[in-house]
Design a protein around this ligand. Structure first.
Ligand code: ZN
Length: 287
């Protein structure tokens, strides 16, 4: 798809925020071709853009100094994967994106095939340099992709206990439907041994087995178990896709993340933007 899109039909969703524990309700509206993704509360409009990121400690939050919107990454990934370029996300109640079932599945289903094509070319950010960004032991390496509309994301992580090392690759050009389904359905996860520590930090007030995959030494604490065995690593890719959409365009790059989280994702994005050439899809087909 080379044209920009917006939503065809307004959708709404509601539920508890995983960190605040507060109930929130949001409506997603169609928007003009040059809007991008914008969050709204009352008279405040905050663009989902790297410059408006205010916190990455446990989830990704954006704000304007007065209002801020928390845990936006799964919604951003849903909009990206559902091919939506322009939309306004209006909060009627609360300011944290509801965690739903811990994955992007429920919101994605509202957006899937619910787009309207706008008569403007879609922009891709083509990465022209090889780069490496570090944050402690974690790092992201990136290089150019072969074609303008290709994004490849590989993630490797150490998930402890029985899972050990997991890796997974998402590629827009080699996309078997199952790969996208694995990523969209993968839930937020944590280790059982960290639950008390996380709660003591005042985080995950809305966290429960209904919205979090809890890993033990032998498997999952959740009665239904894993949705698929690579659920932790595919969830990390979901988070990265959501964070990368804060660039305001679709990335064209080949990316490898080792143990990256929101802080590294945003650090990478800020650096990558310096090496990006934004290209309209209608102008250039391949490089
Ligand atoms: Zn997540």
């Amino acid at each position: 798809m080379v044209k920009k899109t917006t939503l065809k039909d307004v959708v709404s969703f509601e539920g508890v925020g995983i960190h605040s524990g507060e109930h929130a309700k949001a409506i997603i509206h169609p928007a003009e071709h040059n809007t991008g993704i914008v969050f709204k509360k009352g008279n405040h409009f905050v663009k989902a853009n790297i410059d408006n990121v205010v916190d990455t400690s446990s989830s990704t939050s954006i704000g304007d100094g007065i209002v801020y919107f928390r845990t936006i990454e799964h919604l951003m990934a849903s909009l990206y994967l559902a091919n939506i370029d322009n939309a306004i996300v209006e909060f009627i109640k609360g300011q944290e994106v509801p965690i739903m079932d811990g994955s992007a599945l429920e919101i994605f289903k509202l957006l899937e095939n619910n787009y309207e094509i706008q008569d403007f070319p879609r922009s891709y950010g083509y990465l022209s340099n090889v780069m490496r960004v570090l944050n402690g032991n974690s790092y992201i390496m990136a290089k150019s992709s072969k074609t303008i509309d290709e994004l490849s994301i590989s993630f490797e992580g150490e998930f402890g206990s029985f899972l050990k090392t997991q890796n997974y690759t998402y590629n827009t050009k080699l996309g078997k439907p199952t790969i996208q389904e694995d990523i969209i359905s993968s839930r937020t996860f944590c280790h059982f041994k960290d639950v008390e520590y996380i709660k003591n930090l005042g985080l995950a007030k809305g966290g429960s087995l209904d919205n979090t995959l809890v890993l033990t030494e032998k498997g999952a604490l959740n009665q239904e178990g894993f949705r698929h065995i690579k659920e932790p690593v595919t969830h990390k890719i979901l988070d990265l896709i959501g964070d990368m959409y804060l660039a305001g365009f679709r990335f064209s790059a080949n990316i490898y993340s080792y143990m990256g989280g929101h802080t590294l994702n945003v650090k990478f994005l800020k650096e990558a933007i310096k090496h990006i050439k934004v290209i309209d899809m209608e102008e250039v087909i391949a490089v």
